[in-house]
Design a protein around this ligand. Structure first.
Ligand SMILES: Nc1ncnc2c1ncn2[C@@H]1O[C@H](COP(=O)(O)OP(=O)(O)OP(=O)(O)O)[C@@H](O)[C@H]1O
Ligand SMILES: [Mg+2]
Length: 476
């Protein structure tokens, strides 16, 4: 063979390999040196309502498209695969469908797997150039799956009727379409997943998914940011960082929910500050703090502090519409379970809002008196300075040096929900709703010193503890 012939053959092999790789892109997805870990976390999660909140260009659509192709083909590596799968891909408009979700699906769908393509506009011979109605895919079990494409601008009634195995929302749909799709999944016990940049503010996705107000066990979400996408060009990041304002960066880089007024505690990150409960040494037990409420919820939390000044919120009592005696019984039960410290007569102590000293119209006694009568010695001398309190909590969530100093056990669901939804209102005050646990958190934190601003030499114990917290965080 001449040198020319060898080169020609090598070029042919190279071309053939390139084509093979292009047609089978899905086989190489996150397999090489670069792996998008957050995408894999999403694929591995077995919940039925999964969402990826992410900044722009962080890899949301890519993982939604791969998930969809895996499902249709019946080759999902982490889920029970089904035959004859029927699912929808929901985009905001037909144009966006053609340019984004549909394009990515065609990239990952090996042409040999396609049985048929039906178009809304354009030709099936060039599906990329038009708008696809649905694609039939040869399922590895021998049957045929269907990926249907829908656009939100079609309106809710075009979403009626079908029984689906899955729905993928690429970007945030209107609530009525989300609800209609939830109905479509019921028959087959299907599941939904969404990939979106939360640019619309505090919508139903914020309530139902991020805050998970109904406490649905099947709801799961993760945040993705640029740093999570190993395929993103460093120059692109650099350019985008320069042209975006701080508020825009929060949404477009980190995928955070934005509001006009903003969150009071944007420093709070559930993946960092919420940890799995562990057996807290009794020497760390510090205080209980209470925000009383009659029709509003009464919020009480148990606080522990370790020898490095880290604060742990370890237990919660949160209920509304009950008399003081009921709350005192509930608080005492939790104290008994924890082995909480009490005085020689068995009475517990706690911080409480100073307003508890005021007598109510129809009572001779103040709320504080009623707590005393029920065996809880409440201290009403709390520091209620709102701004100092908020600032100190912020420095505990994100000290100027070192790791956070405030951790909340995952069992304290109401405090976690309230921190996540605490918003500034008009003027410079936070909104006065859903702040019950946050008020008593402030009273407690104001009894603690501000965290040091200079580096302290780490003891072996502190290093071990940081390692332990990291491990608990991973499990939470
Ligand atoms: N697993 C992956 N393998 C290869 N490339 C990837 C992967 N994940 C993301 N990318 C690349 O990163 C870029 C951004 O990905 P993608 O379009 O999914 O981001 P997005 O978060 O949906 O962005 P947008 O905000 O524009 O909708 C694309 O160029 C994509 O090809
Ligand atoms: Mg996208």
């Amino acid at each position: 063979m001449t040198e020319k012939e060898i080169i020609h053959r090598l070029k042919t092999v190279e071309k053939w390999q390139k084509l093979k790789r292009k047609n089978n892109k899905i086989a190489y997805y996150n397999t090489g040196e670069k792996v998008h870990k957050k995408q894999m976390e999403f694929h591995k999660c077995s919940k039925r309502n999964r969402w990826v909140f992410g900044g722009n260009r962080c890899g949301k659509t890519e993982c939604g498209a791969v998930e969809t192709v895996w499902r249709a083909r019946g080759i999902h590596p982490f889920r029970q695969n089904r035959d004859n799968v029927f699912g929808w891909v929901v985009s905001l408009s037909r144009d966006v469908q053609r340019d984004v979700a549909q394009r990515k699906i065609l990239e990952y769908l090996n042409p040999e797997w396609i049985e048929d393509i039906v178009m809304v506009t354009g030709k099936a011979t060039n599906p990329k150039g038009g708008v696809i109605d649905y694609i039939t895919v040869k399922n590895v079990f021998g049957g045929l799956s269907t990926i249907g494409f829908k656009s939100c601008e079609m309106g809710r009634d075009k979403f009626q009727g079908a029984s689906l195995d899955f729905v993928w929302f690429d970007e945030e749909p209107p609530e009525d379409i989300y609800l209609e799709c939830s109905m479509r999944l019921m028959d087959k016990r299907g599941d939904m997943y969404g990939t979106m940049t939360p640019l619309l503010g505090l919508t139903f996705v914020h309530r139902k998914i991020y805050l998970n107000e109904s406490g649905d066990d099947e709801v799961w979400y993760t945040f993705m940011e640029w740093a999570d996408n190993p395929y993103l060009d460093a120059q692109e990041i650099d350019h985008l960082s320069k042209v975006l304002s701080e508020e825009e960066l929060q949404a477009r880089r980190y995928g955070r929910f934005v509001t006009d007024k903003g969150m009071v505690y944007p420093e709070f990150d559930e993946r960092v500050h919420v940890i799995q409960p562990f057996d807290v040494p009794k020497e760390w037990y510090d205080n209980i703090s209470i925000d009383p409420g009659l029709h509003n919820p009464l919020s009480a939390h148990w606080y522990a502090t370790d020898y490095d000044g880290n604060v742990y919120v370890i237990a919660e009592h949160f209920e509304s519409g009950k008399p003081v005696s009921y709350h005192c019984d509930a608080i005492k039960r939790i104290c008994e379970r924890l082995g909480w410290k009490h005085d020689y007569t068995g009475r517990y102590t706690a911080l409480i809002d100073s307003a508890a000293t005021q007598r109510t119209l129809n009572s001779q006694k103040s709320v504080a008196d009623l707590f005393y009568d029920n065996g809880i010695l409440v201290n009403t001398k709390v520091n209620k300075d709102l701004f100092s309190g908020i600032n100190r909590i912020k420095t505990y969530l994100k000290p100027s040096i070192g790791p956070p100093k405030l951790y909340v056990f995952s069992s304290c669901v109401n405090m976690i929900r309230e921190i996540k939804s605490y918003m500034w209102s008009d003027g410079d005050n936070p909104k006065k709703t859903d702040d019950h646990s946050l008020d008593e958190l402030r009273y407690y934190i104001m009894t603690k010193p501000t965290p040091p601003e200079r580096e302290v030499v780490k003891s072996q114990i502190l290093s071990d503890k940081e390692r332990l917290i990291k491990r608990l965080r991973r499990r939470a």
